[in-house]
Design a protein around this ligand. Structure first.
Ligand code: URA
Length: 435
């Protein structure tokens, strides 16, 4: 088989066979297909799409490209969670310790930032010493003893996705349904959990801008998971503006800690409680979602959820004193407000542009080799529906230098639209998709 022929076949709109997909993924993982040919293939897939059978074949080929983790020796139902990615999406940092504090076993594999969106692994590395590159034994031991472990793709789990993910990040080929579905579900299948709860985002900050596309993606992933014998369900949630107020790695970690202390922003809290209650039901800890929600709320009020985050950080080599005192995190040289130059109700926020502001500040990757500045980002003070007067602070920017502050400011001001009427509130949780 030749990669050239497969690229041409897909470019011309034909479906790839199971054998071709398996060969392509195996050869790419082994380094026999270079990045430039794979980039051409992902771009061809981006424009021509893949059918349901091809997507399932791609998912299984990537899931089996490395080891498949077997968690069956850990008692109880192990539950994993994944988001399709958004701006200010620090959900795993609050959600996973919260449900682990309720007695659920959480075995999670996370990714780095992708495109304009952030990633859990980068955020966790804000804790000095924290390692997501732990061994399989340490991962399983942490799930067994503290009920929670989060790892990156450093083990040999879905290595094909690891390579493809980094390639798509820098070649503008992220937002394709088959590529997202296979990327997420291959990781989830390889990581060995019995049940999977997906958070599928929709809106201007999501990869799926339209709700109907998000629903189609959710249905595809739910079907892939259930066919593979894992109980899978999905929540469709709003990403038409950043989640919570903080955007940027350390800033998001601080907001996640605030939320574990019961002080977080309402939209973020609501998402954590919704996903948490579904995870507790899937793990048979709660009898129904109302019971699950009550248990999650108790875990926050009692302080057990916050304590669980400290345990996670310490177990993976991080300095847990930062959980107790998040003011210890380093700040960049510039911390300055952006003031509104307009007046009126905020009608719309171009959410992916806010993600791009964080990226130009240095909080995301421009190339595969880029290192990121964990300190930079933004705290929003005004969101959709808020009334703003000229001179009000719209956000506080954390920047390493004047040049990046100015670039971010210019982009930021263009991302907001104002009007005279207060816009109607939109539901934050849009749908729940089950098999
Ligand atoms: N998250 C993933 O893991 N993969 C994608 O392609 C998009 C979001």
């Amino acid at each position: 088989m030749r990669m050239y022929d497969l690229i041409m076949k897909k470019r011309n709109g034909e479906a790839l066979s199971e054998e071709e997909i398996r060969w392509m993924i195996r050869s790419y993982t082994d380094g026999e297909i270079p990045d430039y040919q794979m980039s051409a293939m992902t771009m061809a897939i981006y424009f021509q799409g893949m059918n349901t059978r091809e997507t399932a074949d791609l998912t299984l080929a990537m899931a089996h490209s490395g080891d498949m983790l077997d968690l069956s020796d850990i008692p109880g139902i192990k539950v994993d969670k994944h988001s399709t990615g958004g701006v200010g999406d620090k959900t795993s940092l609050t959600l996973t310790p919260m449900v682990a504090a309720c007695g659920l076993k959480v075995a999670k594999m996370s990714g780095r930032g992708l495109g304009h969106t952030g990633g859990t692994i980068d955020k966790l590395e804000s804790f000095p010493g924290f390692s997501t590159g732990i061994t399989m034994e340490a991962f399983k031991k942490n799930v067994q003893t503290i009920g929670l472990s989060i790892m990156g793709q450093t083990l040999n789990l879905a290595p094909a996705d690891k390579k493809l993910y980094a390639l798509r990040d820098v070649t503008a080929t992220v937002d394709n349904m088959s590529l997202i579905a296979s990327s997420i579900m291959s990781k989830k299948l390889a990581a060995g959990a019995d049940a999977i709860v997906l958070d599928v985002k929709t809106g201007s900050g999501a990869f799926m801008k339209k709700e109907e596309d998000a629903v189609a993606l959710a249905k595809e992933m739910v079907s892939l998971g259930n066919h593979a014998g894992r109980k899978t369900l999905a929540v469709i949630s709003d990403m038409d503006q950043p989640l919570g107020n903080a955007v940027g790695n350390i800033l998001e970690v601080q907001e996640a800690i605030d939320t574990l202390k019961g002080q977080g922003p309402e939209d973020f809290k609501e998402l954590c409680l919704t996903l948490g209650s579904l995870m507790l039901v899937a793990g048979r800890i709660a009898t129904d979602v109302a019971d699950g929600r009550r248990r999650c709320e108790e875990a926050i009020v009692s302080g057990l959820a916050l304590k669980k985050l400290s345990e996670l950080v310490a177990a993976q080599g991080g300095d847990a004193s930062y959980v107790e005192d998040p003011s210890k995190f380093e700040k960049p040289a510039i911390v300055r407000d952006i003031l509104s130059e307009e007046e009126g109700y905020i009608q719309h926020i171009e959410c992916d542009e806010i993600g791009m502001c964080s990226l130009v500040l240095g909080g995301g990757r421009a190339t595969k080799e880029s290192t990121i500045d964990l300190r930079v980002g933004l705290i929003l003070h005004k969101k959709r529906g808020d009334m703003v007067h000229k001179g009000d602070a719209l956000a506080t920017v954390y920047a390493a230098d004047e040049a990046t502050f100015e670039q971010a400011k210019e982009r930021f001001l263009k991302a907001y639209t104002f009007g005279k009427q207060q816009p109607e509130a939109v539901p934050f949780i849009k749908q729940i998709i089950e098999a």
